[in-house]
Structure formats: structure tokens, C-alpha cells
Design a protein around this ligand. Structure first.
Ligand SMILES: *[C@@H]1O[C@H](CO)[C@@H](O)[C@H](O)[C@H]1NC(C)=O
Ligand SMILES: *[C@@H]1O[C@H](CO)[C@@H](O)[C@H](O)[C@H]1NC(C)=O
Ligand SMILES: *[C@@H]1O[C@H](CO)[C@@H](O)[C@H](O)[C@H]1NC(C)=O
Ligand SMILES: *[C@@H]1O[C@H](CO)[C@@H](O)[C@H](O)[C@H]1NC(C)=O
Length: 747
């Protein structure tokens, strides 16, 4: 859980779920609970809040106690509140008929330039991309960013040349520490913050306002909607015009995450969503994790026409780590785009090898290179113990892992090892790892101190050279270069990107889509920084949603998601299948990237869409807000929702699923079905030809999946594509055959 830039130490994820404990009046411990009451029933927000206090007073005994324990009221987009309660009081509240659920609040903590050209959204003024041009760069669209706040002085938020804010906007510019009314503008049109319930210790060094002390929110906001800034770069690397996906869209800031790394809770995030619904945002971008039981906030937003975009998480490549998997949101995986920062290392024997770094201050001088050879082997990740008592002062230190880590935690290892080398007085750092995805962490290395990442084999090669040199081994590290385009194999799903299937909803495919999330340059305070994570991929999709919304104002969130998923690429420009990094590296499947890699210009004109009446989600909602015990047992499988994907996790007998498509392209069109069956499964589509005309804009068809292999299996993957010569509308299919009488047969 948490902010999804990979800069956050992954180890912190382990301590997140401890909920806030306070001692209540009777010595019984109290914690923060979310009480959810469904739709707003009392009209005016003041009356809604009064009804919350009436309800809570019933349980606590007095209005005063109710006022003292209530931290947030949700009163615009949905009704509910967050209050400090004992377990007993929570149970009592859950028995009131108007109460739909009572859940403990969960804590969240922290977890460009080139990317847009790569996606085909060029900003060449003579020949801007079709989508950017026709959507007027997202000018009238409002993107709500729920994050660590924003740095309004950044050049990315310059509002020069912007017109009036749409009259429908009902947001506020909340003043606070380091933030006055002048900090809102025609670019940053709203700013609110939610600190109730956050630990004093975390708030101590914070601005009590929407001002961003961490930098994460400024980075995500500028990725979604930053204005065009010519000649942005990180110390000369990744140079180019920095801008967001929808460079003219407006930004509404909701600061819900606090302190270094961004600490928040379901209570603060729900408060932000509630206000964002009231204020009138069009898109919500959340680079954080929300536990499933509190996804009702996003559902209310979607039912009001707001597209909600969430990060998939940074716990890949381990399966079943994807988060934020509600069927009504867009869940975003991270890819690597075609840019890298090679750094040449020349060894004393003149051998030249290549690593990756953001090293920019080229002193270019040779230095001794060192690896501690205690116990006859290289030091495991340069532990403090291993470096203690050895003379590494003024030397470049090579850190090699002894063995392949079971769980990849490159960043944690990296930061610990780096600190140890600095403490020991080293003058350079070469870090070997299995996957090169900790690059943005090297941006923290001090000026003039080269930090280079190399892959494990390169690391061993350097180790061999050091071992085999009797005289003093030397190495020279040169400043990094930036290379883009053809020399880099891209896109690839980044190894840190969390993978499906969803543990909350096995019968839908998650994540939905992959977007650039590795080494993304965007605003940080008054300059620019390079960060990686699904946090960075999420605002790419939010920006593209803003453009699509500007172009197709009437499209529902489900229609926008369909357009994005069905037009995604599964091959790169050379026609090679997109790969997913991990151990081992493989061709990407829908649990890595959903429909594929986002392809914004094609999403603008998808041909057909799979739309969903937002009320349909209610069938699937009961089990999210209630505990599994009270969950409806005659449950409708989520694969019956009209999603742009099909996943059957329990295929025992033939299953027939219907889907409905709406023609949004040329009125007269004939589409044919092309099926790629998952291994072991027969897929039939009826009818296999769809004829659209003025009278027939919508068609329903049936997809029958039958198991042909008798195996207790893992998931296999396929697809269904409707094509008409110009357009192809592809949805992924996942199926897992299960054998019901496996044990009977053995007996
Ligand atoms: C924001 O407000 C502060 C005062 O609180 C002011 O010093 C600063 O210049 C303002 N920034 C912008 C971008 O208006
Ligand atoms: C570093 O040395 C290389 C040749 O070894 C040279 O091409 C390059 O310009 C030097 N860079 C700096 C910053 O001095
Ligand atoms: C280094 O080792 C010495 C002797 O074993 C010990 O006293 C000292 O505390 C160690 N220093 C660190 C930083 O671990
Ligand atoms: C449970 O599911 C059945 C069948 O779909 C439906 O008729 C009933 O209303 C559901 N009950 C609840 C409490 O959702």
C-alpha cells in the first residue's frame, strides 16, 4: 500500500496495516473506523453532517462525545464518516439499519518528456498529434490529483494564456501554511488538504496546506497535466520539453498523504474523493493503494461520471500482487519506454563495460576500484559489518549480491549499501542487481559521486578483474549519456509493476493497461526529477483520459476504459511481442498489462466500445463493503459485467458469457470476430459477424468457453478481436480449467 513511486523503501509496506490505536475513555483501545451510509439522502451537507452526529450520539451517549470522536464527514459524493471508536462501538453502529458497513481505516504510506513522444502524442507545433489537437490539449478538463500536494511555483504549473475556469467548478482554494489564495491559478484551480487523524510526528515537518514537501504529488500532477516547459532536464539528462499528457487541463489538488514518503489513510483519501465529486472534477488520479473494502468512494465517483485511475502497485514481478482492482476503476501497470542512460566504465585493463546511471558531473578521473574479499568472496550488498575495518576511503566500491534474492527489493538493498559505502568513505559505487530498475534511486547520489547500476553478470566480470589484478585495480566512470529510440527495446512491462490476478476479484483481469512508469522526468519543487513506479504510470493514463474526455464528453468512465483497453498494443514497433521483465523474462500476458500497452491516438477512435450502466456495479458491490460471512452466496460472477476483458477462473463446464458492443465509429460497418483461444480451451463466438447501421448501433453476442483439456491448471490466455479492415477491437481472455471430480477419481 502507499504511494507508488519505487523510491519508497519496500520494507515499509510490511508495517502499514497496523491501525491507529488510541486509548478510549474506559481504557478500551479506540481506532479509526470508516462508517459508510450509501448515497447522500439529506440534501444539504449541513443536514448530512447533523444526521451523522445523531447516529453516532446514539452509540456514544452525547453530542459532545460524537463531536470529539468524528474526524471526517463524507457528505457530497456519498454519506458516511470516519470516527475514533472502540470495537464495541463499531459493532453497535453496524447494527443500525442505515449503516451499510463499518471498516477500520487502513493506513497508506509511500510506496516527460520522452514518454509522450513514444506514445505518439508529439508536441510538434507544426504537426501536433491528432488526439492532442482535436482535444485542444485537454483545455476544459479538470484532473483531481489525490497525493502529497503540489509545488505551485514550478514552471510546469504556469497558467499563462489560460482562459476562465468552467462555471461548473465548485472547488475551493483552502489557505494554509505556505499557501495563500494567490497560489491557486487558472492552472491549479483548487487546493484542499486532509490532515485529521494523521500522526503528529508525521505532521511536525509538514506544511499544513496543499504545499508538497515530499515531491511525489508535484511529479504526478505535472505528468498528468503539466504545462509545456521547454528545455527541462535532470542535470542535462533526458533533456527536452517537459509536459503533462493533457498540457492544458486544469489541476485540482487534494493533499491526503503527508510527510516523507506520504502517509495517509482510507479516511483521508475518502474525504478527498468526497470533495472531488462535489467540486466537479472529470478525472481522478490516485498513485496510491486503496484496500478493496473502501472502494465505495471510487464507485460513487464513477457513478457520477468521473473516471478513476489507480496505480497497480510496485510489488512485481510476484503474481497476485496487483492492488486497486475494483472493476469500476482503471488499474495501471508500469512499462519502460525507449530511453536509457548508459554509463561507460573503463577498467584498468582497458576493458569497457556499460552500466546505467544518472551520473552527470564528469570528473572523469580514474580511481581505485575495490570489492571486499573477506571470507574469500565478494561482500553481500556491502553490509556495514563487511565494510568495517577495510580501507575503502577514496575508492570505488563494487557491491555484488551473493545469491539471487527471493523477493526483489533492489531499492532497499541499494539504499542500505549506498549509505554503508558513504559512511566508510568510498568515492564511487557500482551496484550489481538482477534487474536494472532502481535507476531513479541513483538520482539521490551526491554530486560528483558516481553511482552506477550494472547487471549481475557485468558485476561478476568486474569482480573477476579485481580478483585477478595483482597491482592496484582501477576503474574510470564517465558521465551518463541519454539514448532514445531504436537502440532500446521497448516497451517492456517493468519488473516492479504488480501482477494479476486480483485476489479480491479473480473473475476480472487486472491490471487493465500498461503505461510508461520507468525513469520519468517531471517537476519536483522548482526543478525536475527522474522517478520510477506505477505512481508515474498512473498520471500518464489520467492525462490521456482527460484528452479522451475532451474529445468525447458524453462517454462514460466504462466507455473510456474500453477505448483504452481495446486499442492497446501487444507488440512493439518492430512487431515483436511486448515482454515482461521478471525472473524469468517472458512475453507479457494480461496479468502483466491487461489489454496491453496504451496507444492514445487509437483510443481516440476505437470503433466499438464495451459500455457499462454504472448501476450494474451494485450487483458486485455487496461483497466489497460487507464481510464475506454476510456476502450474498448466490453471487453473480463479475465476468458477467460488460467489461472489455473476460476472465473465468473456474472453468469446469462450458460457460456462456454475453457482451454488448456499441458502434462509435462510422455508422455503416461490418465487423468479423477473430479468436485466439487460450490453451486447453475452446472459444466460440455467436454471431461471428456484426452488422452496424443507423438502426443498429448496438449488438449483443455470446462467447462460449469450453474446457477441452482435463487438467487442474493455471491460467492460459487468449483474445477476441472484432475487426473491420480499419479498426480492430481486441479484448484479452483468461481462463483456468478446474477439475471438479479430481479426488473422486483417485479414490
Ligand atoms: C504562493 O504564496 C506564497 C505566500 O504564501 C508566495 O510567497 C508565493 O510567491 C506564491 N506562489 C505563487 C506561484 O503564486
Ligand atoms: C571524459 O573523457 C572522455 C575520453 O575518455 C572525453 O571524451 C570526455 O569529453 C570527458 N568528459 C569530461 C566531462 O571531461
Ligand atoms: C567496527 O568493528 C569494531 C571492532 O569489531 C567495532 O568496535 C565497531 O563498533 C564497528 N563499527 C561499526 C560502524 O560497525
Ligand atoms: C442475492 O442474490 C440474489 C440472486 O442474484 C438476489 O435476488 C438477492 O437480492 C441478493 N441479495 C442481496 C442481499 O443482495
Amino acid at each position: 500500500m502507499g504511494l507508488y513511486s519505487s523510491r519508497a523503501p519496500l520494507a515499509s509496506a510490511l508495517v502499514l496495516c497496523l491501525c491507529m490505536l488510541f486509548l478510549g475513555v474506559h481504557g478500551e483501545s479506540r481506532r479509526l473506523y470508516i462508517v459508510y451510509l450509501g448515497d447522500v439522502k439529506h440534501g444539504h451537507p449541513v443536514d448530512v453532517v447533523a444526521s451523522h452526529h445523531d447516529l453516532l450520539s446514539n452509540v456514544l451517549g452525547s453530542k459532545e462525545d460524537s463531536l470529539a470522536s468524528m474526524l471526517h464527514n463524507y457528505k457530497h459524493g456519498f454519506s458516511g464518516f470516519a470516527a475514533m471508536l472502540t470495537e464495541d462501538q463499531a459493532t453497535q453502529l453496524a447494527d443500525f439499519p442505515e449503516v451499510l458497513s463499518v471498516q477500520p481505516s487502513r493506513r497508506y504510506t509511500a510506496k516527460t518528456t520522452r514518454s509522450w513522444d513514444f506514445l505518439g502524442l508529439n508536441l510538434n507545433h507544426q504537426m501536433p498529434s491528432e488526439l492532442l489537437h482535436s482535444s485542444k490539449y485537454g483545455e476544459d478538463i479538470i484532473i483531481g490529483v489525490i497525493d502529497t500536494g503540489i509545488w505551485p511555483e514550478s514552471r510546469s504549473f504556469n497558467d499563462e494564456g489560460y482562459g476562465h475556469v468552467a462555471a461548473r467548478w465548485k472547488g475551493e482554494c483552502q489557505v494554509g501554511q505556505g499557501w495563500d489564495r494567490s497560489n491557486c491559478s487558472r492552472k491549479i484551480i483548487g487546493a484542499r488538504f486532509y490532515s485529521a487523524g494523521i500522526d503528529e510526528e508525521i505532521l511536525k515537518d509538514e506544511y499544513l496546506s496543499a504545499r508538497d514537501s515530499d515531491g511525489h504529488g508535484t511529479h504526478t500532477a505535472s505528468t498528468a497535466a503539466g504545462s509545456v516547459v521547454e528545455a527541462a532536464s535532470f542535470h542535462g539528462l533526458a533533456a527536452g520539453a517537459a509536459r503533462g499528457g493533457a498540457p492544458r487541463a486544469r489541476i485540482a489538488v487534494y493533499k491526503s498523504l503527508w510527510g516523507p514518503g506520504g502517509h495517509g489513510s482510507s479516511a483521508t483519501v475518502l474525504a478527498a474523493i468526497d470533495d472531488a465529486i462535489h467540486d466537479g472534477v472529470d478525472v481522478l488520479s490516485l498513485s496510491l493503494a486503496a484496500p478493496g473494502e473502501n472502494s465505495f468512494g471510487a464507485l460513487h465517483a464513477v457513478q457520477k461520471g468521473i473516471t478513476v485511475v489507480y496505480a497497480a502497485g510496485n510489488d512485481g514481478p510476484i503474481p497476485q500482487t496487483v492492488e486497486n482492482t475494483a472493476p469500476w476503476v482503471i488499474t495501471v501497470a508500469a512499462s519502460k519506454v525507449d530511453r536509457s542512460f548508459p554509463t561507460a566504465i573503463t577498467l584498468g585493463n582497458k576493458q569497457q563495460i556499460v552500466g546505467q546511471s544518472l551520473y552527470h558531473q564528469g570528473k572523469n578521473s580514474s580511481r581505485s576500484i575495490f570489492t571486499s574479499l573477506q571470507d574469500g568472496g565478494p561482500v553481500l550488498r556491502c553490509t556495514a559489518d563487511a565494510l568495517n575495518g577495510t580501507d575503502v576511503k577514496g575508492k570505488i566500491v563494487l557491491c555484488l549480491p551473493l545469491e539471487r534474492p527471493l523477493v526483489q527489493m533492489p531499492l532497499t538493498f541499494f539504499s542500505v549499501a549506498l549509505q554503508n559505502v558513504l559512511d566508510a568513505g568510498g568515492s564511487g559505487f557500482i551496484f550489481a542487481q538482477y534487474e536494472l530498475d532502481a535507476l531513479d534511486a541513483t538520482a539521490d547520489c551526491e554530486e560528483g559521486f558516481p553511482c552506477v547500476l550494472v547487471d549481475i553478470n557485468t558485476g561478476k566480470l568486474i569482480g573477476k578483474y579485481i580478483d585477478g589484478t595483482s597491482s592496484s585495480p582501477m576503474a574510470k566512470i564517465e558521465p551518463a549519456r541519454t539514448i532514445t529510440g531504436e537502440e532500446v527495446l521497448a516497451p517492456k512491462v517493468a519488473s516492479f509493476s504488480s501482477r494479476g490476478p486480483s485476489t479480491d476479484f479473480a473473475d476480472i483481469i487486472k491490471p487493465d493497461i500498461a503505461a510508461p512508469g520507468s525513469n520519468i522526468i517531471a517537476a519536483k519543487k522548482n526543478s525536475y526529477a527522474i522517478l520510477s513506479g506505477t505512481s508515474m504510470a498512473t498520471p500518464h493514463v489520467a492525462g490521456i483520459v482527460a484528452l479522451l474526455k475532451a474529445l468525447h464528453p458524453k462517454w462514460s468512465p466504462a466507455a473510456i476504459k474500453s477505448a483504452i483497453v481495446t486499442t492497446a498494443s501487444v507488440t512493439d514497433e518492430r512487431g515483436m511481442p511486448i515482454l515482461a521483465e521478471g525472473l524469468p523474462r517472458k512475453v507479457a500476458d494480461p496479468f502483466d498489462y491487461g489489454g496491453g500497452h496504451i496507444s492514445p491516438n487509437r483510443a481516440a477512435d476505437p470503433g466499438l466500445i464495451y459500455d457499462i450502466d454504472p448501476r450494474d456495479y451494485n450487483y458486485f458491490f455487496g461483497c466489497i463493503i460487507t464481510t464475506s460471512a454476510s456476502c450474498n452466496s448466490t453471487w453473480v460472477p463479475a465476468y458477467l459485467l460488460n467489461l472489455p476483458s473476460i476472465s473465468v477462473p473456474d472453468l469446469r463446464y462450458p460457460v456462456t458469457i454475453s457482451r454488448t458492443v456499441t458502434n462509435v465509429g462510422e455508422v455503416d460497418a461490418v465487423y468479423h470476430a477473430a479468436i485466439e483461444s487460450p490453451a486447453g480451451v475452446k472459444v466460440e463466438v455467436e454471431p461471428s459477424v456484426l452488422i452496424f447501421n443507423a438502426a443498429n448501433k448496438v449488438h449483443t453476442f455470446k462467447v462460449k468457453l469450453s474446457p477441452v483439456w482435463r487438467l487442474q491448471g493455471s491460467f492460459t490466455f487468449g483474445s477476441l478481436t472484432w475487426y473491420n479492415g480499419q479498426k480492430s477491437v481486441r479484448i484479452p481472455i483468461a481462463a483456468r480449467i478446474t477439475v471438479h471430480d479430481l479426488f473422486a477419481e483417485v479414490a
